[in-house]
Design a protein. Sequence first.
Lengths: 338, 372, 327
Amino acid sequence: MARKISMKQAINEALDQEMTRDPSVIVLGEDIVGGAGGDGERDAWGGVLGVTKGLYAKHGDRLMDTPLSESAYVGAAIGAAACGMRPVAELMFIDFMGVCFDQIYNQAAKFKYMFGGKAQTPVVIRAMVGAGFRAAAQHSQMLTPLFTHIPGLKVVCPSTPYDTKGLLIQSIRDNDPVIFCEHKNLYGFEGEVPEASYTIPFGEANIVREGKHASIVTYGLTVHRALEAAVTLAKEGIEVEIVDLRTLSPLDMDTVLESVQKTGHLVCVDEAHPRCNIAADISAQVVQQAFGALKGPIQMVSAPHCPVPFSPVLEDLFIPSGAQIAAAVKRTLAWGKH
Amino acid sequence: MAASITPVIMPKWGLEMREGTIAAWLVDEGARIAVGTPILDVETDKISNAVEAPDPGLLRRKVAQEGETLPVKALLGVLAEPEVGDAEIDAFIAAYEVPAASEDGDEGPALYQWVEVDGLRVRYARRGPDSGVPVLFLHGFGGDLGNWLFNLDAMAEHAPAIALDLPGHGQSDVRLPGTTLAELAGFVARFLAAIDVECAHLVGHSMGGAIGAQLALDQPGLVASLALVNSAGLGDEINADYINGFVRSASRRDLKPAVELLFADPSLVSRALLDDLLKYKRLDGVTELLEALSASLFAGGRQAQSPGRGLEGKDVPVLVVWGAEDRVIPAAHAKNAPAGATVEVLGGAGHMSMMERANEFNSLLRRHVMAR
Amino acid sequence: MPASPFPLGKNELLQVYRTMRTIREFEDRLHVDFSRGDIPGFVHLYAGEEASAAGIMVHLGHGDRIASTHRGHGHCIAKGVDVMEMMKEIYGKKGGSCHGKGGSMHIADLSKGMMGANGILGAGAPLACGAALAAKFRGKNEVAISFVGDGASNQGTFLESLNLAAVWNLPAIFVVENNGYAESTSRDYGVAVDSYVDRAAGFGLPGITVDGTDFFAVYEAAGEIIRRAREGGGPALLECKMVRFHGHFEGDAQTYRGAGELDDIRANQDCLRKFSAAVTGDGLISAAELKSIDTEVLKLIEEAVKEAKAAPLPTAADLTTDVYISY
């Protein structure tokens, strides 16, 4: 199709193209340019992992480095959005949401509703999520459930560079507050991405692999773990279907239910902790809406109920693996059989 | 010596096909088959098709199993006369090596090339020999050069084969040089000039056929012959439900019924096909562009112009091919072909006859082009 | 007609009086109706603080934004939010400023630059920074004002916003409405510094402290820092020392007050009485003119209550609307 770029480059390209197209798009965050106020290089970092590098040269002061004060600058992004701009604020790690969550869940999320429909808050909050970077407990969480829970927020978590660019462009053009989750471990992952601008609608899951024996529903990094499981299972003649949710709110339950109707077996995989996570949410919805289609108990595969450990050997056990996913598929297929 | 052993190998359909899955064997070991008999059904993620016998012979061995996925040029089966012993066939099979799959860039010329025409960047593909009058394939409304995936390489065995993404389609720039057939035909002429082609056989599908016919009228010196496939420009009717459904559908669910109208067998519409179409339609500006184009050419289910009917009495050799079950442009329009044209209406095919009856189509086209 | 010795002309003074009187009567009426059980939820009344809202808002247009507190009725009225819609909102009715979905603590009117009363103390400060940032990009010399109380002046959001506004030189003004109490806790207990000017200086902003019960003092100080901000001079802090006549919320028995404190502030710290005395004392305006405004305002409030009580309630169909623009 088109040339291959990394997820990181896809994010950069989406921001670049939208900033070019729409002067009301501004980008704020800590060190998103880098070198502010010092004697050295400006654009020293372009973001802590270089995602926004090069944008300052093209768009200048529409990229704004912020002081270390999430409440203030995430809130400022929200306030500016309420006043007609389209800010993209970077929360460097989603783990930092604690220091600014009020602005997100009590302010931005609720303006439209609390003000009787008479408000619009088109803010995007980008944040790195996920484990595997050896960044330890406070820089590695998958806190998607906390945001998905809040009415008024939209939550996006792509797994490929193609989806990343289209969904970020969609997020910037969307008029509601969007939490855009970027898995730090997928930043280097490459895929085909058109050079032109394009969008992907929210609430549309992607079937990454078709199969007839079992459905695996997941998002983010674990989509790739599910693909690994699919290869192993195929050798045993088990063909799994993989549904990549792409957006958690709004959620495409129709595609999930269609898949379950087809296969009768469901495994929900989630890198978030097990209590009240997306896997639990989907499992309960499927039981309520498609109980008759199920031929075995739904399996939930998630990270364990513990903070993300530092030691690499432990962290590797933390993230759901292809082997764990394959085992879960076999468990539900084996139900009722001996 | 493997004198009379003929391998049946995995074909390459389209520029990007890397592998295919055996859906079903259509004949048994020991069957005698004629050239062109379909012997296997193969599925790729894009589409399904039948592999035909390359030569007459006896099917001695099925090498590929149903359900197996194998790379392009992999050995699928072996034809050999009864005199050839089983041991020789075993040896042939064991020694057979799939030619190293060429990765991007290794295959000699690049898969696709780019040229700028009037400031508009156009993607095209060129296959086949360097000399000879080229055959230019023109896709239809909302399509791209991939529509010719079963036809390009087949033609390239005999003549240079070129297919482009028209402006606003495929990966060409999302801009139009105008919305009338004359403007589009003029653009195609300037494309040919930009790639140093002075004269070409034109093969046009649907809207592409109308463009080809228009070009034959406007610049006859450019056009060696014309093949019109399920073509616009030969009558008034066109299925507005298809056009509107195609242009306005924003989701896979909405798009599927529209795209199913293209084929006699709706099960040919795979998920991958729909995903590719959606990816194209989601590019900035495409929907608006398609709306403008359809408003100009097909408003209200009526074709605005009929260049095909204007070919009457012109010098250019014309082939008209249609699928009998075309639900987009009625097969009855084939009757409006100019006197002296070769007209073939293929059973069991719909609007995409060049895909649905690829082998027959390729033969018809080859005969039409090579007769000049 | 004598020329006005005040910084405002006669008509403007009458308008200011009307604004303050409207706030007073609106709040006092709510106090009565709440105690009768007519009003659901929480209300936090601004009576006694009118001079702050009026003295500041008179300098602002619709393009200037304000972010308010839980005690937001006064800010709303002074910013031009419709009184009838406000009353309906407080009664939870359709046709309210927020169609009954927000209530007293969340009344907003973005078309008038009122970014909402806020149930989270201090949350408005970052929002005002954002409004100021947008104003900078718009380039029309507009400003944004964040109101906080003495209690919320301790919130991290407020302090971070002071820094952010200073670092980015935003046209943001931070108004600390110091009425001496954070709910039941005295300012002296909760705030380590005596002067907010010192706190501002600590963050690199200039600050002014004024008597918030003196309209003209507020007017002058606000005018100066707003003008400075419009001209690109950056953010500043204004402390208005004031009193609130009612409890933190309606239903608050106010036992944390000293003996006779309430009587004393009503007798001696009433900003409306001070204003009336000042403008009539000079002969510029007559007591009768003020009285006639009082009568009109009472009529307006009566109308507002009547309409609010008669207005339709939202229905079950309204429950889940307007969560998103599109979903």
